[in-house]
Ligand binder design. Structure first.
Ligand code: GLN
Length: 485
């Protein structure tokens, strides 16, 4: 038992150490975080690369200071936390300077002024800002629009990004969409059925967010941005991007229904090689689910043995208590929260590979459930089996290993298979730490094509296919085991 524990420990240490990259201490790499669903400030272009005003400014600032930019795409409501915890150097995501945010991070000098505006369907009854009172208003979660509507009017409906808010408005799920003016203009080009109210909701400024502990970096940004303002580069970048037609409006509406299906299919999967997101996401999902099920079974097995030994022999009391704490905490909290804690709190200060973080989080989580499944299996074996083993002269450990556990494992195989199925689908929350798994791949496509149906159905079908294949394999294994009886 001690050996097993020890090797598990070394294994996890090795995982952690190999997962630590060298960080950005040398100052040559500038890690920028953003949510690339906010055209013209940041969006995925037709090649799937992140383009727009923010990446261009950041790249120019970096170039003038001999640095390389790495961009990471995550949820808007995580970008500030990412710089605050040192995960990233700069957040550039059309971020409005507000008093609350100033408490958490420093802002560079502002580079552009902006406003929150309201979009409605043409012909809607909402004509003035105050008309949104009591109506279904959609906002992007965590934005200034969200804060404003919540404080001045009522609880809005919160979506993950501006594209989803506009999709909800188009689908008639909300009466008005509140978003920033420049993205609103881009969305209007693509959705001729919508219009913008003249009166803006707020006046604001955008700036880049930097950790309060990186005054040197802040100073570098301000100095370079001032230079870029003086020599006209800043205005040139903004103006050029504002005028660029980001995705040309196409008259899909004129096509017959199968033409629409073909058009959507091309747009969602073929154009810009978007199917590659799904392919890469699929590999990551399998990697995470596969490795965490192994980790989960190892942990679960260890715990089940400790707990049933404590139960039957009265030994290992302390280890048993630790196991109980682990089971209670893990089963008592949502897996997303555990994932976020592991990523932002436990590994907050290191640059750890996200796949590893996910494996650790899902493995630890699954371990708790597997432990109880296996323990149930061990308990289900008739007590007489243990007595028989012992009276044949086998030790407790030997009886456990040779008599009890093999029978128990066979009994719990269906439940273990089920656990893998659950786990595979649970990994779909990995996108919370910006890991591009299968579900996140669908989200990325959705944010580029503003089309919910095709990417979501494709993602669902892939999960379904894996689960069906796995269930089939499981029945074969079960049949084999039965034969062996
Ligand atoms: N400017 C808004 C804010 O800072 C929204 C930014 C965004 O969605 N990227 O809250």
């Amino acid at each position: 038992m001690k050996k097993l524990l020890f090797s598990l420990l070394t294994l996890s240490m090795a995982l952690v150490i190999t997962g630590c990259k060298d960080g950005n201490k040398d100052g040559k790499r500038l890690l920028m975080v953003t949510e690339a669903t906010f055209p013209p400030y940041e969006y995925r272009d037709d090649n799937g690369d992140i383009s727009g005003i923010d990446p261009e400014i950041i790249r120019e600032v970096a170039r003038r200071n001999n640095m390389d930019v790495v961009i990471e795409d995550m949820k808007f409501n995580s970008v500030i936390a990412a710089v605050q915890t040192g995960k990233a150097d700069v957040a550039a995501s059309g971020i409005t300077v507000t008093e609350e945010r100033k408490q958490m991070v420093d802002f560079t000098i502002p580079y552009v002024s902006a406003a929150q505006v309201i979009l409605v369907k043409k012909g809607a009854v909402i004509a003035r800002v105050d008309d949104i009172r009591g109506k279904r208003v959609g906002v992007q979660h965590g934005t200034t629009g969200d804060t404003y509507v919540t404080e001045k009017y009522q609880e809005p409906e919160r979506f993950d990004n501006a594209a989803l808010v506009v999709a909800a408005l188009n689908a008639g799920k909300i009466d008005a969409a509140v978003l920033d003016d420049a993205p609103a203009k881009v969305f209007l080009q693509e959705n001729p059925g919508l219009k913008k109210l003249d009166e803006p909701l707020t006046e604001e400024f955008y700036a880049f967010a930097i950790s309060k502990e990186r005054k040197d970096l802040l100073e570098m940004f301000n100095r370079t941005m001032q230079e870029m303002r003086a020599d006209g580069t800043l205005d040139e970048i903004i103006k050029r991007n504002m005028e660029k037609e980001i995705s040309p409006p196409v008259n899909r509406e004129d096509l017959p229904w199968w033409g629409k299906v073909k058009y959507d299919f091309r747009k969602n999967f073929i154009a810009g090689k978007r199917y590659m997101y799904l392919a890469r996401g699929f590999v990551i999902t399998l990697e995470v689910a596969g490795a965490s099920v192994v980790l989960g079974v190892l942990i679960g097995f260890l715990i089940a043995i400790i707990r049933s030994t404590a139960d039957q022999t009265g030994k290992l009391k302390f280890a048993d208590m630790l196991c109980k704490v682990y089971l209670t905490v893990i089963r008592g909290t949502p897996v997303v929260v555990q994932l976020l804690i592991i990523y932002f709190v436990i590994f907050g200060a290191f640059d750890v590979d996200k796949v590893l973080v996910a494996i650790l989080a899902f493995g630890l989580n699954s371990g708790a459930y597997v432990a109880e499944i296996i323990r149930g299996g061990i308990m289900s074996i008739d007590r007489g089996q243990m007595e028989a083993g012992r009276s044949l002269g086998l030790s407790y450990n030997k009886t456990m290993a040779l008599v009890i556990v093999p029978q128990a494992l066979k009994n719990v195989l269906p439940a273990l298979g089920n656990e893998f199925i659950v786990l595979l689908k649970e990994t779909s929350v990995a996108g919370f730490i910006a890991l591009e798994d299968l579900t996140k791949a669908g989200d990325i496509i959705r944010s580029q094509t503003y089309n919910a149906f095709m990417p979501l159905v494709a993602v669902a079908l892939v999960y379904l296919a894996v689960v069906m294949l796995f269930s089939y394999l499981l029945t074969i294994v079960e049949k084999r085991l039965k034969k062996n009886e």
